[in-house]
Design a protein around this ligand. Structure first.
Ligand SMILES: [Zn+2]
Length: 219
């Protein structure tokens, strides 16, 4: 059974390798994500390499083995299912669940995960719109575009948020944007690329370029 820390490493490496497909993940990148020193990262990478969970070459970087990838996806699956549970069944707001799910994702019982999935009605997305990997480790990839890539006249429904920090989610709550909201771009301000958008056919708001780069919409 991998330890909490090992699971967090595998998850971080998986996410970093998804962000830049085809390239090895660097020790410094991992250290930054996990907020730890590169020297301790090196120790852990060696250990995970000995367990057959990743390929590690000094100065080249890291890639997950099939087994390491499966474990990373299982941890992500548990994390996202617990987030759904917290929001749907315990009344948490979407900005409150991540830290709690960081703890719950380390519970080992596979039977618990399966029952949880069933209890929730086999959800496909977490409360932030991120896909939930399947039991056999497939990660669905819903099609989407960033709001910042839309041109005036285009529209879509908010399907996921890229940034899941509490401050960003609280901002979306404040301006009335939630998953499923209809967003139509009315104008793009040439000065700084901020966006004038209509939300749900009634409300008109301005979004900064940075906000637009963190919202995914689909048709
Ligand atoms: Zn989360």
């Amino acid at each position: 059974m991998p330890s909490f820390t090992e699971e967090n490493y595998l998850k971080a490496i998986y996410k970093l390798s998804e962000a830049t497909p085809g390239t090895d993940v660097s020790t410094n990148g991992i250290a930054e994500v996990l907020q730890t020193r590169p020297a301790s990262v090196t120790d852990m990478l060696r250990r995970l390499g000995e367990k057959g969970l990743l390929h590690y070459q000094r100065y080249r970087g890291v890639s997950l083995t099939q087994e390491g990838r499966q474990l990373a996806l299982l941890t992500i699956r548990k994390h996202r299912l617990w987030e759904v549970f917290l929001v749907q069944k315990l009344g948490f707001n979407w900005d409150e669940v991540h830290d709690v799910a960081e703890q719950m994702e380390h519970i080992d019982s596979l039977l618990l995960v399966r029952r949880l999935d069933e209890f929730l009605g086999f959800p496909r997305l977490d409360p932030h719109g991120d896909p939930i990997p399947t039991e056999d480790g497939a990660m669905p990839r819903p099609k989407s575009r960033l709001v910042s890539d839309l041109v005036p006249g285009e529209q879509g429904r908010l399907m996921a948020v890229k940034n899941t920090s509490p401050s960003f989610l609280q901002y979306l709550d404040k301006v009335g944007l939630k998953l499923g909201s209809a967003i139509e771009v009315l104008d793009k301000i040439t000065f700084d690329n901020s966006l004038e958008v209509r939300v749900n056919t009634d409300k008109i708001i301005m979004l900064s370029p940075e906000v637009g780069r963190n919202l995914f919409v689909a048709d």
